[in-house]
Design a protein around this ligand. Structure first.
Ligand code: SER
Length: 579
């Protein structure tokens, strides 16, 4: 029987109710991007609210931890992982939970006691040493040398505030060598597999601890590590959990996996995580912020490592791998099957997008990588060519160069600020995102609007627009199909203005003042009383939320790709910029 089922059965037999795995993107907690632990969706109940299922709960929960994204690539860290958990909400406490943990491992899973060690809380100024847990472990037969009191890692908290408490971690010895008598936290052959947290405090904003109304238990066991351990592997990726996707990747790459092949692990881990994020009900798509940014980084890092394995990254290799994960996990996570098409489409779209920008970016990187990479350049690679920071770091490392990470972070924060303030603006002027490329397109729509008035008809106005990093779409009122000559003249005029290097100016003024000055505006009623007006030289003036380039010479070359009917009396131009 599968580990998940054995675990759930074991705790259900001991009076627990199984609760469903919550979505990866927390429903009511904007402070974190993803659930990082099984207890996260249970925070209100750990804080004292009664749970509809009672006081003994258990489940398997989807989790994502991205703090150690850089570490992923070793044999036992994963971005996505499943945590098996049992909880007591003011019901049982240390004796029961430690005893059950011990019984599950040694009796249900038949792990020899010689392979186990535990850590316990050593005590500090506020909370005393956890002698009670030490005694319980001893009574179960764990030898003193295998009970290790420590303060550092043995106080578990979910964040800077919230439920927390001392814990006792259980370690499994993974080596095939003789097992050392004494537990050594520095010896990596001891792998943490389960954590019993005695959650009886609330960490407050001023860093003080207050006792919770009830003493709770929160435990978490890592499925990947336990399965690998039970199957006798010291590399998680060799276990049955990864067997099918590993085989598929071997087939795709025509290489056989061994533990020296870090790229294999990165690809397997990241694609699996991407599949679960895309299938989550929150509907996350790759983007440059929040969950979408993590998703984008994962997919793009996987693609880069696929290149290292000489996989044809233009093929549908990612989707093929995704199908294996979906098949393997769908019985436990139904959303994978339900959202299969969304997952496959999401991967495909990002793959195509990234391949295109990656080629451009790699050429750019070659040109600039004769010296260390400063923060502005690293951000430019991210914003314009879609390079996640860590991709730049990896490429730089290969050339023995450093990257100014602090400088990059600074630029990134500025960018986030910009995108926040622009999305708070009432009207976004058709702007789909805020990357540098989209900003260029945005200014180009203003030039196009002005050029159409000049070349075709001064009564033309914008009826809509849509921008992506690939192209712009601009709808305008017009009673006829543009002639080839009109199209050519419009294109030439836009390019002439770009070449002239016209400054773009932004002014704040009242709505009346803006209209009186002849500023162009699409839906006047949508604007607040004070508006921003963008002017380009003296050829264009529009009410708009921005952002825009500072000078038209930043825009690149403008090309009309298509002119067609959009709806009655409305024409549509599709255009691209070439840089
Ligand atoms: N919340 C604790 C952890 O994640 C126990 O589950 O380690």
């Amino acid at each position: 029987m599968n580990l998940r089922d054995r675990y759930i059965n074991f705790f259900v037999e001991r009076g627990h109710k199984q609760i469903p795995s919550a979505p990866l993107v927390p429903e009511n907690d904007p402070s974190v991007l993803f659930n990082t632990a099984g207890m996260q969706p249970l925070i209100p109940y750990l804080m004292g609210q009664p749970h509809p299922y009672g006081t003994r709960l258990c489940n398997y929960q989807k989790c994502i931890r991205t703090t150690d994204l850089e570490e992923v690539g070793d044999t036992y860290h994963h971005t996505f992982f499943e945590q098996l958990g049992n909880w007591s909400l003011g019901d049982y406490f240390k004796k029961e939970t430690i005893t059950w943990s011990f019984e599950f491992l040694t009796k249900e899973l038949n792990i020899p006691i010689e392979r186990l060690a535990v850590t316990v809380f050593a005590g500090n100024d506020i909370i005393p040493k956890d002698d009670e847990s030490i005694e319980i472990w001893k009574s179960l037969g764990i030898k003193e040398e295998r009970i290790y009191p420590t303060e550092n890692d043995n106080f578990w908290k979910v964040g800077e505030t919230g439920p927390c408490g001392p814990d006792s971690e259980i370690f499994y010895f993974r080596g095939n060598e003789e097992i050392p008598l004494k537990f050594d936290p520095e010896d990596e052959r001891w792998v943490e597999i389960w954590n019993d947290v005695f959650m009886s405090y609330n960490l407050k904003e001023d860093s003080s601890l207050e006792e919770l109304p009830k003493k709770n238990i929160d435990t978490g066991m890592g499925v990947e590590r336990v399965v690998a351990s039970l199957e006798g592997y010291d590399d998680n990726y060799m276990s049955s959990i990864w067997k099918n996707p590993r085989k598929k990747l071997e087939e795709i790459s025509s290489e056989v996996y061994d533990s020296n092949k870090k790229s294999f692990r990165i690809i397997l881990d990241h694609i699996r995580t991407a599949v679960f994020i895309l299938a989550d009900p929150a509907g996350v798509k790759p983007s440059n912020t929040d969950q979408g940014y993590i998703l984008r980084r994962l997919i793009r890092r996987a693609i880069r490592h696929a290149k290292k394995l000489s996989i044809d990254t233009n093929s549908s290799w990612m989707e093929e791998l995704a199908l294996i994960f979906i098949d393997d996990f769908k019985n436990y996570y139904k959303e994978l099957e339900d959202n299969k098409e969304v997952v496959l489409e999401g991967l495909k779209a990002e793959r195509i997008k990234f391949n295109r920008t990656l080629e451009k970016g790699l050429r750019k990187f070659e040109k600039i990588s004769d010296k260390d990479i400063d923060g502005i350049t690293a951000f430019h690679l991210f914003d314009t060519y879609g390079f996640p920071l860590e991709l730049t770091i990896e490429l730089a490392k290969e050339k023995g160069l450093n990257v100014d990470v602090e400088g990059y972070n600074q630029k990134f924060r500025e960018h986030q600020e910009l995108s926040r303030s622009s999305s708070q603006g009432k009207f976004k002027g058709g702007l789909a995102g805020d990357s540098e490329i989209e900003t260029k397109y945005h200014t180009a729509t203003h030039l196009l609007n002005a050029a159409l008035k000049e070349v075709v008809d001064k009564n033309i106005h914008q009826r809509g627009s849509n921008i992506t990093v690939e192209r712009m779409r601009f709808d305008f009122n017009c009673d006829h199909k543009l002639t080839d000559e009109e199209k050519m003249n419009v294109e030439d005029l836009v390019n002439k203005w770009i070449d002239e290097g016209l400054d773009v100016r932004v002014d704040e003024m009242s709505k009346q003042e803006a209209l009186a000055s002849g500023a162009e505006c699409m839906f006047i009623e949508k604007y607040p009383d004070i508006v921003t007006v963008y002017s380009i030289g003296d050829i264009s003036k529009e009410l708009c939320g921005g952002p825009h380039v500072k000078n038209t010479k930043e825009i690149g070359e403008f090309k009309i790709i298509k002119e067609e009917a959009s709806s009655a009396g409305v024409r549509r131009i599709k255009a691209i910029l070439e840089f």
